[in-house]
Design a protein around this ligand. Structure first.
Ligand SMILES: Nc1ncnc2c1ncn2[C@@H]1O[C@H](COP(=O)(O)OP(=O)(O)OP(=O)(O)O)[C@@H](O)[C@H]1O
Length: 363
């Protein structure tokens, strides 16, 4: 069942169009992340779902009910913002049960939900503490708990973890996922952090410049990005994209990568798709999907910089102004200045039309 449907949604602020046209269906109980860089229109979309902004064009449906003219308070949504709004003169418990007390819910029900949420969010020991003395991390946890207490069918979260510290963010990612599983809520989660989207969401809507670029599961957007924007934005580091020209030869189609040499396109349908790209291609492969191979067998590049990031090493490579990255485990020994030869894993090669940026799909 569809919980939320956005149909041709457009938002203009004066002469500026923040959202150009958005179509998106979010399933009942689904965790959907709206992901994209700052200014891409994520919050604008979210604010329209919440009822804080009116669409300039298009419709928002909850189930089959059109939300046009339905006030925020009547939409049945819970909303948590980046900047928690906590009543500092109240205790944690009073903050959590505020909404239910205002709604005059039965005392036993309030106690039951408070205990459940405090348990899920590890607030049990803090229930009778005044909110005024608590850290930003805990306050944001209380803010999430306060919205979750209302058990809204639709839970909207706009960058709720961007002000909390890194270690706490990792804990909260797990807890938010727990809350959603527990209450089977439909969650829409705005973030510019692809790791948050990848780890929590059932599906991700990737946005750029007010345009939806792709909707898919985390693995779909990682493995098969619809265009070069998604290829670069998803993954840390993002996908390598090298300018190339398809060249026909006796061995089949190869991509000429200039100073790096030529690389065969072994997959016949992908080669057929590449032949249709008249203005050249972008040759794409993920930094973590490459092997070091013998000289002559791969793309020859020089190691410019070696970045150790704990269990893995990011190797920055360069040749004649062309740059790429490779991610290896720490046992792979490469030194700055080495000439290495890289080969993308079989099946890891992705090609994009250089003119449009769209993925060249196998047909
Ligand atoms: N009330 C407004 N009046 C004018 N322009 C606005 C208004 N609200 C948002 N915008 C503009 O619309 C664009 C999209 O903003 P939005 O807040 O939706 O982006 P975002 O993807 O959520 O980014 P961020 O993470 O920085 O908030 C931005 O260029 C922003 O400046």
């Amino acid at each position: 069942m569809t919980a939320i449907r956005l149909e041709n949604l457009v938002k203009r602020f004066g002469g500026f169009t923040a959202l150009k046209s958005m179509d998106l269906s979010i399933g009942d109980g689904e965790f959907m992340a709206l992901l994209g860089p700052s200014g891409c229109g994520k919050s604008t979309t979210m604010n329209m779902i919440a009822g804080m902004e009116e669409p300039s064009e298009g419709r928002i449906l909850f189930g089959d009910r059109d939300m046009a003219g339905v006030a925020m308070g009547r939409r049945g949504v819970g909303f948590v913002f980046q900047n928690y709004a906590i009543f500092t003169h109240m205790t944690v418990r009073q903050n959590l049960d505020y909404g239910l007390r205002m709604a005059r819910s039965p005392k036993a029900e309030i106690a039951r939900r408070t205990a459940a949420i405090a348990d899920l969010l590890q607030l049990g020991d803090l229930l009778d503490r005044p909110a005024s003395g608590l850290s930003v991390n805990i306050l944001q946890r209380v803010a999430i708990g306060r919205s979750a207490m209302m058990e809204p069918a639709i839970f909207l979260l706009d960058e709720p973890l961007s002000n909390v510290d890194a270690a706490f963010r990792a804990v909260m990612r797990t807890e938010l996922k727990h809350i959603q599983r527990e209450f089977r809520q439909t969650m829409v989660y705005v973030t510019h952090d692809q790791l948050e989207a990848m780890t929590m969401a059932d599906r991700i809507a990737v946005m750029d410049h007010g345009v939806l670029q792709q909707v898919g599961t985390p693995l779909e957007v990682y493995n098969n990005p619809a265009n070069v924007f998604v290829a670069r934005f998803i993954g840390a580091p993002g996908m390598n994209l090298l300018a190339g020209v398809p060249v026909e030869g006796a061995e089949g189609l190869r991509i000429d990568l200039g100073a790096l040499g030529r690389s065969a396109v072994l997959d016949a349908p992908l080669a057929a798709a590449a032949r249709r790209a008249k203005g050249g291609v972008q040759f794409g492969f993920r930094p973590e999907q490459v092997d070091l191979v013998a000289a002559g067998a791969g793309l020859g590049m020089t190691v410019g910089f070696v970045e150790r990031i704990g269990a893995r090493t990011i190797v920055h490579l360069e040749r004649d102004g062309i740059t790429a990255k490779a991610v290896f485990d720490n046992d792979t020994r490469v030194l700055v200045g080495d000439l290495v030869h890289l080969a993308p894993h079989p099946g890891a090669l992705r090609l994009f039309d250089a003119a449009t940026g769209a993925a060249l799909r196998e047909v």
